[in-house]
Design a protein around this ligand. Sequence first.
Ligand SMILES: [Zn+2]
Ligand SMILES: [Zn+2]
Length: 769
Amino acid sequence: MNAHLESPPKPDAIVARRLRVSGHVQGVGFRPFVYRLAQELGLAGSVRNLNGEVDILAQGPAHTVERFERDLIERAPPLARVRILASSNTTPGPGTEFEILASAHGGRALIHIPADHFTCAACLEELYRPSDRRYRYPFINCTQCGPRYTLIDALPYDRANTTMQLFELCANCREEYEDPSDRRFHAEPVACPDCGPSVWLDAGIDSYAREVAIQRTVALIRDGATVAVKGVGGYHLLCDASNAAAVQRLRDRKRRPHKPLAVMFPQQGTDGLDRVRQEVTVSCEEATALIGTARPIVLLERRTDSTLPEVIAPGLSELGVLLPYSPLHHLILSELGRPVVATSGNLSGEPVLTEVSAARRALGSVADAILHHDRPIARPADDSVIRVMSGRARVLRLGRGLAPLELTLPRTLDHPLIATGGHLKNTVALAWEDRVVLSPHIADMATVRSQEVFKQIVDDLQRLYGVKALGVICDTHPDYATTRWANRCGLPVRKILHHHAHASALAGEHAVKTQMLVFTWDGAGLGDDGALWGGEAFAGMPGAWRRVASLRPFRLPGGERASRSPWRSAAALCWEMGHEAPGSIDPLVRSAWEKNVNCPGTSSVGRLFDGAAALLLGLSDASYEGQGPMMLEAAAWKAGGGTPEHPSLPICDDGNGLSRIDWAPLVNGLLQSATDTSQAAAMVHHTLATTIVEVAKRQRTTTGVSVVGLTGGVFQNALLVELARNGLTREGFEVLLAERVPCGDGGLSYGQVIEAIHCADSRSPLPLA
Ligand SMILES: [Zn+2]
Ligand SMILES: [Zn+2]
């Protein structure tokens, strides 16, 4: 042993150790856990919050203090992700007790806003135990579970700063709340039937309260009715998923003819997934995502013997599945004993509704009854959506349970910034110091309510974190509502190209430090040449992307409007090749196309998928964003394994270092294949995956790049991702995919931050003018 080091203390010598701990240590019962652990081991000392970290003093026999330090990590509450930042010996004091000290403040607090959590096993056990005072109480929660983000009005996270301040604690609840040895010690939303929120059911002229309201809700759903139910982040519409007529009625009333609906299953069996497994296949990763504390919607492959009606997800091979995430949902689902459709209670494209009066107005004609509760929702949070691709759970929509999502920036900012994202499926991001926080999915930005919620989130994030943005980052598209807001807000504005933001989001999430090649394939974003990009590849790094490959452009009648009209893409592709377009097309459209009126050029792979869906599946109009690509993917999976015969697409250099991918052989293939649509759909996927590998190999030859990223909404397609990734890996490339940040437009706000801080010359990304 090195003679300069102190020899370790004898195992039973009294030592004192000071620990500084970080992680998710707020709002998850971490201090009481520390207290109980110290009590259990008979240690003296103290624990207190210190600027968002936890400061612990532990005193006792050396071997016990060591065990304490170990248990601090190994036995920490499941929601805390604990990291010991510092551990040092100090002089033992006279104290013999272990205390929880008041929070200390000094400097700026390192505040984290916790996300909304599921209902934990201990609370569920009480929920169903007849002797418990919270038996069947729909708002049971503890430090390990329950809502957070959707009820926080201000920070620090104390009850007085949440929407629970309306409910004064009864003596029993107060005792639990104040007892450090109780598992509800400082569980801020703690409540019971005597003092907490309650439910009631509006059913026509009748109204029912509490348990009767829940029983009535279940009876109505069983009878085929649609009931709107207020949850954690907003209202859901529920109906019996096994009743095709009920589901169809819900679709008709909501004017949502085809968009896939999520299905909530009762939690049954040892891992809760017995009923789920009767309808869909569930891998290990998928099960972990389903039963995790976020309780997201997980996209799962339907079994061939699934008994659920086709109308839930017409033309698709997957179902969006989730388990109950609140005690209220547990009560309804366990009583009903069968799955329900659970779709957001909103008007098309808007954020989910949160207010009792607004829900009555907007959902009154959709739902037969509405189950309300009186715990106010501070701000909406829609369900998160996850798809397991390439063996990892990947977030397609950031929402309840996962947001706000905090990531660390590659360097420290001088000025806080707000990034406004894009237009569809939008999120916003607040960045300051070396931190960036992403909001949950807001919605499509075209409606007044979306813009109101957008504004509220922009204000709330700054207020809650105590940060004031001094600059704003937005898309270059002049017509996005978010761009217009940025131009009006009075702060210096930096504009970022849509696809640069996509590329930088991926590079930022993986903290890539080398040159890489990123395919950013999506529906459409404005390029620097005024065209609608969406089939691009960029080489370089954040702040220095070079466009190196792109799809051969075609003129798209109607421009961005074409996203809901796959026939427009099909016609454009055919006309571009000198063919007639199938079907009867308004001659005015054709003549506008010939005269190049309102026909912007596009290189969008999303539109190429749309065209293929129209030609192969006869899908002329899409009733939701991405319907064509999703149906094409579902058709392709039906083809089974094997590699179908597929054309290779010519890749030509345009003389300026841009490789153009010619889609013509692919469209020819589609026009010639009249027989097996699933084989033809598979052919589309294989062709594009092969093309990705080809482009990457050419880039490696010229630039030596060996890391390839795949991002943009097109890469929500699991089959394309799998084929491209396998091909690239076989050729020796390292492949990066989005994971926690959505690859679609929900990731743009984060990508804008990453891009802006890299393209700035100084540490300030603010424009000079
Ligand atoms: Zn709990
Ligand atoms: Zn109470």
